[in-house]
Design a protein around this ligand. Structure first.
Ligand code: SF4
Length: 108
């Protein structure tokens, strides 16, 4: 049962107690998303016929990604792997979670 872990290493602020890898330069997000999509596509055929069943966005703070960036990542996943996704997890900053954000994520 293949699953994908996608590390989104961007945070709004640096928490002094944090041991995860993160950066606060959000101007790097577009280039990072482009590189992540290239990396995903480089794995074509990597799981054979086994479908991807789980996708986990960890961080950092994955909820810093906007609709266009999330769509680009999902498009790369769907172009690269068989997907029978049973579970998608996205770590989030509670301040980012509005009805609009949840609707946007569910619509993708
Ligand atoms: S990953 Fe979480 S705890 Fe670590 S710096 Fe980012 S927001 Fe703070």
């Amino acid at each position: 049962m293949p699953g994908l872990y996608l590390h989104i290493p961007f945070c709004t602020q640096a928490c002094s107690y944090c041991d995860f890898y993160f950066v606060t330069q959000k101007t790097l997000i577009p280039a990072f998303v482009e590189a992540m999509c290239r990396e995903i596509r480089s794995w074509k055929g990597g799981f054979g016929a086994s479908p991807v069943e789980t996708i986990y966005f960890g961080g950092g703070t994955p909820s810093v990604l906007n609709r266009e960036q999330l769509e680009a990542i999902f498009n790369a996943i769907h172009e690269t792997f068989e997907a029978e996704t049973k579970e998608i997890t996205l770590e989030a900053n509670p301040e980012h979670i509005t009805q609009e954000y949840l609707k946007m994520v569910c619509d993708i």
